[in-house]
Structures are given as C-alpha cells and as structure tokens.
Design a binder for this molecule. Structure first.
Ligand SMILES: [Mn+2]
Length: 219
C-alpha cells in the first residue's frame, strides 16, 4: 500500500460540458373507439422490434409482426372489432390507428430522413416499397395477389390496410410487385419491404439535426 499518495490539485479545472439535450422519446400511443371497433396502438420508433399484436385477425397479426421486427419498432396493437360481420372494419381501423400513431411519433417530422425505400424478396416474391413522409397522402399499389384468401384473411384488405395507414400518417407510399406467385409470399414481402423503408425514412439524420427536411420548411 502506498500511504503517500500524492494529491494533485487541479486549479484550472475546465468547466463541465453542457448537458446533452434530452431527446424527446419518439414514442406515441393512440386509442381509437368507434361503434365498430376499439383499437389501441402504442409504438416506439427507436425500439428493438418487439411486438404484441392481438387484432383477432391472425394473418394481420403476422403482418404487424413484420412491421415491428423489420422496422425495429416496438409495437403493441390491441383491437376488438366486429369480426362477426367480417374483418373489414377491424383491418381498416388498425391501419387508421397505426397511421395516427406513426404521425404522432414523428411529430413535426424534424430531423428525420423523410424518404425510405427497400426491395424485399420472399422466395420467388419480390416487392419494392418507396415512401415519403411528405405530409400528403398518396398510395400507388399494384400487388397482384392470386388467391382471394390467405388463411381467413381476404387479400382485398391488404390495399385497404395500406390506404388507411397512408391517409392517417400523411405519407406517400408506392408498393410495387416485381415478382411473385404465392399469395402469402407476395403480401409478406410487401410488409417486410414497407417495414424497412419505414425504418429508413424515420431514421434520424444527424446532419439534418432538428431541422424539417423540406425546402418549404414544413411537412
Ligand atoms: Mn409468413
């Protein structure tokens, strides 16, 4: 043991660095209730991809898992809908509420990359997604899904889902099928591609800092 420790007095101690600005959490929760459905969505854009999806529509839950997992979004979707009629209202209202939650989480869209694109394969299926957090809703969609149903899910509802998301996130979304034969593969490739494009678009651009990525100054 050294009992003659030298104590050095630092006289000209530099001032402590200023505290880092607290980044507001890019997380949001929206609860939406109508006479047809009761939907709660919460998400964290800066998550690790955890998902709790319980919509009563098994295939939709499977697709929400893709958004969380490949978008690295922590996502919780709970829906109770009038499934005794069919899946239409619940599917659409999950899309609406997810869109509203995404819009809330990105706030005024400052600091984000804004644009995102990806081309995801799933075996023979190949689907390209290009999106823009433009503040204007637009959907271009050309999926040619051969089967009317995947499990119990009506494949017409895929377009309805993305349309609801687009209208309530206020985003431009192009979904283009390049290849594909199997219905499950085509739809799942679209959701995977959407997830990765979404991740790219909401990623914080450090060179953008907190500025809004638009020459108009508003999105
Ligand atoms: Mn699958």
């Amino acid at each position: 043991m050294n009992d003659q420790l030298e104590i050095i007095e630092i006289i000209d101690r530099p001032p402590p660095p200023p505290p880092l600005p607290v980044q507001p959490a890019r997380a949001a929760l929206v609860k939406r209730t109508t006479l047809e459905t009761d939907v709660t969505v919460s998400l964290n854009l800066d998550g690790v991809g955890t998902c709790k999806a319980s919509t009563g529509i098994p295939f939709l839950d499977h697709m929400l898992q893709q958004i969380a997992s490949h978008g690295l979004i922590d996502l919780d979707v709970q829906a109770i809908g009038d499934l005794a009629i069919d899946d239409h209202h619940t599917n659409e209202d999950v899309g609406i509420t997810l869109g509203q939650t995404l819009a809330k989480a990105v706030g005024d869209r400052s600091g984000i990359s804004r644009f995102g694109h990806f081309i995801a394969p799933l075996d023979e299926a190949l689907v390209e997604v290009v999106l823009d957090f433009s503040g204007r809703p637009h959907l271009s969609y050309n999926l040619q899904i051969p089967n009317q149903r995947i499990g119990t899910y009506d494949t017409e509802l895929v377009r309805e889902f993305f349309s609801a998301v687009v209208n309530h996130t206020q985003m431009t979304l192009h979904i283009r099928q390049l290849e594909g034969v199997n219905s499950h593969h085509i739809v799942e490739a679209a959701f995977k591609s959407f997830a990765r494009a979404l991740r790219m678009a909401v990623e914080v651009d450090p060179r953008r800092a907190s500025r809004i990525p638009s020459s108009k100054g508003v999105l």
